[in-house]
Design a protein. Structure first.
Length: 200
């Protein structure tokens, strides 16, 4: 890897193509390269979230996620090769149970707001969803291992839960959407069900 990174400017991409891990070259506009870029952007946004003052357990969790996203990106760059192991998904599942257990039931949709760290977690969540859509797009034309799509789907759920955790435990509370239509129709009572389903 050290030799591969010794020359940052190679000029080989000047023609609009880029190389995969198996040495094949693709257009930079291809769905696979788009997905790799989305995962890279997600990892960068998580790095920005880690610059915020976070609880030690959340920081440790997110650092592990960054490493797994590198594995995920590597898997996308080497079609058919598995780098993302099952325990990576199990870690997300366990964290979802842990952090969601102490959250109050949603009364209504929440806005991506509140504390700075929670708002950045929401940014990470939306980028994770975009990365997931990009990976799904690959699977529509190529054979894909299920790991990357599952990981990104579960990660976006976790980031939603973490945003709530950060606001409720380390911020100023959640910011609920003020829906005049729901108030008029008296539908606020079941808004939590819709909000939880929307998190998907």
């Amino acid at each position: 890897m050290g030799n591969r990174l010794s020359a940052i400017t190679t000029r080989t991409g000047d023609d609009g193509t880029t190389g995969l891990g198996d040495n094949t070259r693709l257009s930079k506009a291809s769905t696979r390269i788009d997905a790799i870029g989305e995962v890279d952007e997600l990892n960068s946004h998580i790095g920005l979230l880690l610059c915020e003052p976070l609880p030690a357990d959340v920081s440790q969790l997110l650092q592990g996620v960054q490493h797994q996203l590198f594995n995920l990106g590597g898997e996308l760059s080497m079609p058919g090769y598995q780098l993302l192991q099952d325990d990576a998904l199990h870690t997300l599942d366990a964290a979802l149970v842990q952090y969601n257990a102490h959250l109050p039931r949603l009364k209504e949709f929440i806005l991506p707001a509140g504390s700075r760290s929670a708002a950045q977690a929401h940014v990470c969540r939306t980028v994770a969803r975009r990365a997931e859509r990009a990976v799904v797009a690959i699977g529509q034309t190529e054979s894909m291992l299920p790991g990357p799509q599952r990981y990104l789907n579960r990660l976006s759920d976790l980031l939603f839960v973490l945003s709530r955790h950060l606001n409720l435990n380390h911020g100023e509370g959640e910011v609920y959407w003020q829906s005049e239509r729901l108030k008029a129709q008296g539908e606020g009572a079941d808004g939590g069900d819709r909000a939880e389903k929307a998190a998907d």
